[in-house]
Write a protein that binds this ligand. Structure first.
Ligand code: PA5
Length: 426
């Protein structure tokens, strides 16, 4: 991963070279804490060890029975779905991947009606094994399979922790089970069993994904000037502190659209604590140049725009045209046009003094995806250290989970009482 901070030097808010150098002392201290956490495999920090601790053979062996599947359906939510979706969308593949990560009945019905249920592998993913949305969706999928005379036990495997309802279900029905690694919160689990089982069924090279991540891990030194991940995390933190309270993640590749969603979860759930945290926004280049860019360039100076692109991609020529006014397009390629759009956006933001950071990978391939995911996770962990928040917890998310379960009678949770007690303005 390559990170270019050039456009934050003259922006408003912005960071001078001297300010970055002063910040680098704090990066060095934060790096020591991160390294100590990694060495002890502490909760959360253990995620930064995944390039070494994830065993691709274990994942390949677990999905081996599903080698003939036409489709793979991941049933999970939040960190138990977005990592797999990001990897799968980025890399494509012959096996179609679907994600059931919401409990919208209409959408679920539409999806189940369209799936070839007799040749779909189902991966039910929940670290806790208790998340209502995931378990409810699984029960609905199971019933749909039974109604279609499909032996769901032959086509289902689970990815979960050592305890919880899902683990019990797997034991009861003797389903294959992958273990969610200890100490790895959901949103940091893309490079583990959680994020990679779907990619394995699609036939992607897990070793290359992990090798890309390992390369990024090797670059984590005590200085933001040596580590792209730390450069991004430290600059985002410092810009937020100076007023760029929104971070618009704008990849220039359709295949990275899910990546922006994954990033939004990582940033929001990890850093939104104690009244701080940069608000992630999602955009897609070049499409959103025709909508959100107006605001990013001419609106408040409260945003950092992160522009992401691959340096190389499979290209497609634009045909010659009979119209003289369009002759500039003929002979060029869609990729060249997309790059021109990227550079135009970057220059437009810079000309208006709006802070923006360029993030690049060589290609959207296994290695590039590993670099990007690991790099952003390390950036997030560093940001959390600099902001001194508890990056690896999610009390607000857990509050909502307890409230919803309580409302459905799934336990006696005081959070559910707060929902019933809400004052309504009639
Ligand atoms: O990052 C997180 O911890 C959350 O987004 C979880 O991944 C999400 O709530 C799903 O939890 P579980 O995997 O326990 O079903």
């Amino acid at each position: 991963m390559y990170v270019d901070l050039g456009n934050v030097l003259d922006s408003t808010p912005g960071l001078s070279r001297e300010q970055l150098e002063r910040l680098d002392d704090r990066v060095a201290d934060a790096h020591e804490r991160i390294e100590a956490g990694r060495a002890d495999a502490e909760h959360g920090y253990a995620a930064l060890n995944l390039p070494e601790t994830t065993d691709p053979d274990e994942i390949r062996a677990a999905v081996e029975p599903f080698g003939d599947a036409e489709a793979v359906l991941t049933v999970g939510i939040g960190g138990s779905a977005l990592g797999a979706a990001t990897v799968s969308e980025a890399l494509g593949g012959d096996v179609d991947a679907y994600f059931l990560d919401n409990v919208d009945p209409e959408d679920t019905t539409r999806l189940l009606d369209s799936l070839p249920l007799d040749s779909t592998a189902v991966n039910v993913v929940s670290r806790s094994g208790t998340t209502a949305e995931t378990l409810a969706n699984f029960l609905v999928v199971r019933e749909a399979m039974e109604s279609a005379d499909v032996d769901w036990t032959e086509q289902t495997f689970v990815t979960t922790g050592d305890e919880g309802n899902l683990r019990q279900l797997a034991e009861k029905h003797d389903l294959p089970a992958l273990k969610v690694p200890d100490g790895v919160p959901g949103r940091f689990s893309a490079l583990s069993t959680v994020g990679l089982a779907c990619a394995a069924i699609q036939g992607h090279d897990l070793d290359a994904i992990l090798a890309g991540a390992a390369d990024e891990a090797d670059k984590l030194s005590g200085s933001l000037f040596d580590s792209p991940a730390y450069a991004y995390g430290a600059a985002s933190y410092a810009l937020d502190r100076r007023g760029a309270t929104v971070n618009a993640m704008m990849p220039y590749a359709e295949s990275l659209e899910y990546f922006a969603e994954w990033f939004a979860q990582l940033w929001a759930e990890s850093l939104g604590k104690e009244g701080v945290g940069q608000t992630p926004a999602r955009a897609l280049g070049a499409t959103d140049q025709h909508s959100q860019l107006q605001l990013y360039r001419a609106g408040r100076h409260d945003k950092l725009v992160t522009l992401v692109r691959p340096r190389e991609r499979e290209d497609r020529p634009i045909p010659e045209t009979e119209l003289e006014g369009l002759s500039y397009l003929g002979g060029s390629t869609l990729g060249e046009l997309l790059d021109a759009e990227f550079e135009a956006t970057e220059a437009s933001l810079a000309a208006a003094g709006q802070p923006n950071i360029r993030v690049e990978i060589d290609r959207v391939d296994e290695r590039g995806v590993g670099e990007l995911l690991y790099g952003m996770e390390a950036a997030c962990v560093l940001y959390g250290e600099l902001e001194n928040v508890s990056t690896f917890t999610q009390p607000a998310v857990e509050w909502g989970k307890r409230a919803a379960r309580g409302l459905l009678g799934g336990g006696d949770f005081e959070e559910a009482d707060a929902v019933s007690d809400k004052t309504r303005l009639e």
